[in-house]
Design a protein around this ligand. Structure first.
Ligand code: CUV
Ligand code: SF4
Length: 636
């Protein structure tokens, strides 16, 4: 039996709709190498875990309840299904929040060293952005020196993490009425460290055993990510590396070049990537590459690091989360350098098979068997130059055949919130009607954020693409980040031409403005740009006085990470209806589930939705948008 299973032949078209990925899955299989797709097919998810009906928070357990009859049993300590599910969920949110806030912390570390003059390799690139971020949280900017403002901004933003009492600085950006709701329920974040500590404490065995109370702290923790850690990551990155503006850029594996030294950066923190950009442009290293017989050095991104530099600088992007293994099967990846988050341990073995040099670079994320070349922000080029040199070595001795899927998809990327705000407020060149007006007059029905991962438990990219197509067809403008943005870019939806797929109203607006119906905003931390855009929609006026009044919705149809759950929870807590696919860690019919899917909305927040069919997902989001339009009296 086991042998039979091993030999099982897969139809790779069931795994993915990404042609390059399918082609490389075939190649990998022919080479005798398997990926997460096969492993997922062979290892069924644990049904009790998937429903969040088990608890392993202490050694009296692990305890398993019966998902079919969740109230028939309690854990050894007496914990009910609602307590168990709320605690499990909150701990996932805490992990997601920790990931984003730790990333933001790194950016803040770099910023501090720049401000103190202790780093030469990075500088403040976008002074205008520095001033606007500082002003947005009440720092005096008129007539002051850049470095003085920067110093104040650093000190202020540090509170996002370390503050033990009071409200995080970016709470000042939250619409007044939304903030009032948070205050009423006691969920305005103090500092991320405190919120994560508190939720970890409260979800320990024998502490908070009231699911509603647990969910409150869970929301507070999630908000410390969205309006805290993630927002700091985005804003500081813009200040240090430049605020994205729309530009044409390319996505897909066809951007690997057989005659070049190919280097892929995969992970999340842009400082590594920025230095790598410098390294691959270093004339000495280019000369070395040429000496080795290469035409040049070619740099590509993957996952969120990639989405971020795609948006900021137009660096080509090789593929999203479920393409990171198979891209190595091209044989063309001379080196892959990773930092933190979403890095499959299997990449090490994959790299061994194809002779790709694989490097971990971050002291927080080593992988057994991988070569570690540590990245230090004070001497960043030490690490990135070394990676380039090793990549050149590998190019010189490329072991096997190189097969590059010939797919290249061009599109417009780089819609920062500033740029979206221009569109919202209509102040941008004053040449067209602002977005709020177009929502009010009905040309645009509403706005949807479609974001998040890809997941081998579902057909890669298909849900993202079908959902977004359905939304734009129904005149819903789509904003995107992360792996979802890459899925749509590969499907060609980031081109202004894609307006032909939009409904008449949205198509008209796209044509007037010259924008695609799908706006790519960057990486996962850049979901904070969507929050800021929502706040701006409220500020501009005509669409209610809080985020929960807006005709907007969110979705992560193929999510897999704890970060995605945290993002979902901060959107819900901010007032947005948020629909997830794949699986949701709760049991329908339980009190916890009802709270997440209905109760939170009654309390003035957004709420969760769940569907595994992209068309149903679109319908749920559109119904919600219509409900909000009706409440605003802008129906029809
Ligand atoms: Ni941070 S979290 S798979 S890279 S979007 Fe991509 Fe995005 Fe999910 Fe990870
Ligand atoms: Fe079981 Fe309670 Fe311990 Fe969880 S905390 S493992 S439910 S005894």
């Amino acid at each position: 039996m086991a042998e039979e299973k091993k030999k099982k032949e897969y139809n790779f078209r069931e795994f993915s709709t990404c042609e390059a990925t399918i082609q490389m899955l075939q190649k990998a299989a022919a080479d005798g190498v398997e990926t997460a797709f096969q492993r997922a097919a062979e290892m069924k998810a644990c049904p009790i875990g998937a429903d969040s009906a088990c608890c392993k928070h202490c050694a009296m357990g692990p305890c398993r309840l019966n998902p079919k009859d969740p109230y028939s049993k309690v854990g050894v300590c007496g914990a009910t299904i609602d307590t168990i599910a709320a605690r499990n969920f909150s701990r996932m949110v805490a992990a997601g929040c920790a990931a984003h806030t730790d990333h933001g912390m790194t950016m803040l570390d770099v910023f501090r060293e720049v401000v103190n003059g202790r780093i030469a390799d990075y500088k403040i690139k976008d002074e205008e952005k520095l001033r606007s971020v500082a002003a947005s949280i009440g720092i005096e900017v008129e007539g002051r020196e850049t470095m003085e403002i920067a110093k104040d901004l650093y000190e202020e933003l540090e509170r996002t993490y370390t503050q033990v009492e009071g409200e995080i600085p970016f709470a000042k950006r939250v619409p007044e009425k939304t903030l009032e709701t948070w205050r009423k329920h006691g969920i305005v974040p103090r500092g991320a460290m405190r919120e994560i500590m508190e939720i970890m404490h409260r979800s320990h065995m024998g502490v908070d055993q009231d699911y509603e109370n647990i969910v409150k702290q869970c929301s507070r923790t999630a908000l410390a990510d969205g309006w805290g850690g993630s927002m700091v990551a985005t804003e500081i990155s813009d200040i240090l590396f430049g605020t994205p503006k729309p530009h044409v850029a390319g996505v897909n594996m066809g951007f690997l070049r057989e005659d070049h030294v190919n280097i892929i950066v995969h992970g999340h923190e842009p400082n590594l990537f920025e230095s790598m950009i410098d390294s691959v442009n270093d004339p000495d290293l280019i000369a070395k590459a040429k000496e080795a017989g290469a035409a040049g050095i070619n740099l590509l991104g993957m996952c969120c690091s990639g989405a971020e530099v795609l948006s900021r600088h137009g660096v080509p992007h090789a593929g999203n989360f479920m393409s990171t293994e198979v891209v190595i099967a091209t044989g063309a990846a001379d080196a892959m350098a990773v930092d933190v988050q979403c890095i499959k341990q299997a990449l090490v073995q994959m790299s061994e098979c194809y002779g790709t040099k694989f490097f971990t670079t971050n002291p927080r994320a080593k992988i057994e068997g991988a070569q570690h070349v540590e990245f230090h922000e004070h001497e960043p080029r030490k690490c990135t130059n070394k990676v380039v040199e090793m990549a050149i070595e590998r190019f010189r001795n490329r072991p096997g055949r190189v097969v590059i899927p010939q797919r290249r998809d061009m599109g417009v990327h780089g819609f920062s919130h500033e740029y979206i705000n221009y569109m919202l407020g209509g102040t941008f060149r004053g040449s067209y009607t602002p977005l709020n007006d177009n929502i009010i007059n009905g040309r645009i029905r509403g706005v949807a954020g479609v974001v998040g991962c890809t997941n081998p438990r579902v057909k890669q990219d298909w849900y993202h693409v079908e959902l977004v197509k359905e939304l734009i067809k129904n005149n819903v403008l789509v904003v995107q980040t992360g792996c979802s943005q890459i899925a749509l870019a590969k499907a060609g939806l980031m081109k202004p031409d894609a307006a032909v797929l939009a409904g008449d109203g949205l198509a008209e607006v796209c044509e007037t403005v010259g924008m695609p119906p799908v706006l790519g905003c960057g990486s996962c931390v850049d979901n904070s740009r969507i929050l800021i855009a929502c706040a701006e929609m409220v500020r501009v006026g005509g669409l209610g006085d809080k985020i929960s009044d807006l005709p907007v919705a969110g979705a992560a149809p193929e999510y897999m990470s704890e970060k995605a759950l945290c993002i979902g929870q901060y959107f819900v807590a901010s007032g947005v209806y948020t629909v997830f696919g794949v699986t949701f860690p709760s049991l329908e019919g339980t009190k916890f589930h009802k709270l997440m899917f209905e109760g939170l909305e009654e309390m003035g927040f957004g709420k969760w939705g769940f569907a595994t069919d992209p068309y149903e997902m679109a319908r749920m989001m559109i119904d919600h948008i219509d409900k909000k339009r009706e409440a605003l009296g802008i129906m029809g």
